[in-house]
Design a protein around this ligand. Structure first.
Ligand code: ZN
Length: 195
């Protein structure tokens, strides 16, 4: 059905801020209040919310792209610098609903890490810095973490029908956390992780 297919189009993303200034992509905001339960130190999260809340990350969605196996979705993710307790600001993280689909994240600005894990429990922490791309293979849940002092901006591309399974991570958490110890990011076991 060729008439249902999307036509070629061009979209702007600022190389430093990650912003789509034309406004043609839909921007979604996530605050501490949206994911307080996902941080290890929930008391610290509640304290931030009581004091007026803080933005953790923004990301773009392209609803106009059909969710077929042949289409690709893309956009930028903008993670702000900060911590909840000693845990760095991070995205919710997700598996793809179609588990056997991968994703590419190219870091445009800032620095941090991509925390990945498989359903079987394999864990990988990939450093992210401007100018480097991280490949998230099929089956790996992925979460961006800003471990620096500046905003971390990444550009991502994935198969359009992959879907986002946020529920599994929300329910069980990640096996590992990335926290600050002596001024440096360190990966530790998540005490709240549920098998
Ligand atoms: Zn993904």
């Amino acid at each position: 059905m060729a008439e249902d297919r999307i036509k070629p189009f061009t979209l702007d993303f600022d190389l430093v801020s990650g912003l789509c200034k034309s406004g043609r992509a839909k921007l979604t905001h996530r605050f501490v209040s949206n994911m307080a339960a996902q941080f290890n130190d929930s008391a610290a999260a509640e304290e931030i919310v009581r004091n007026g809340d803080k933005p953790i990350y923004d990301f773009y969605e392209l609803d106009q792209i059909p969710e077929t196996a042949g289409d690709l979705k893309f956009g930028t993710s903008i993670v702000y610098a900060g911590k909840v307790g000693d845990e760095y600001f991070m995205t919710q993280g997700h598996f793809h609903t179609i588990l056997e689909t991968g994703e590419v994240y190219y870091c445009l600005a800032g620095q941090g890490a991509m925390l990945m894990e498989t359903p079987e429990g394999e864990v990988h922490l990939a450093e992210m810095k401007a100018g480097e791309a991280v490949y998230v293979p099929p089956r790996w849940a992925h979460r961006s973490i800003n471990t620096g002092n500046e905003t971390m901006v990444t550009f991502f591309v994935f198969r359009s029908d992959a879907g986002h399974d946020y529920g599994t991570i929300k329910q069980k958490g990640y096996r590992k956390l990335v926290v600050e110890r002596d001024g440096k990011p360190v990966m530790i076991d998540n005490p709240k992780w549920a098998e």
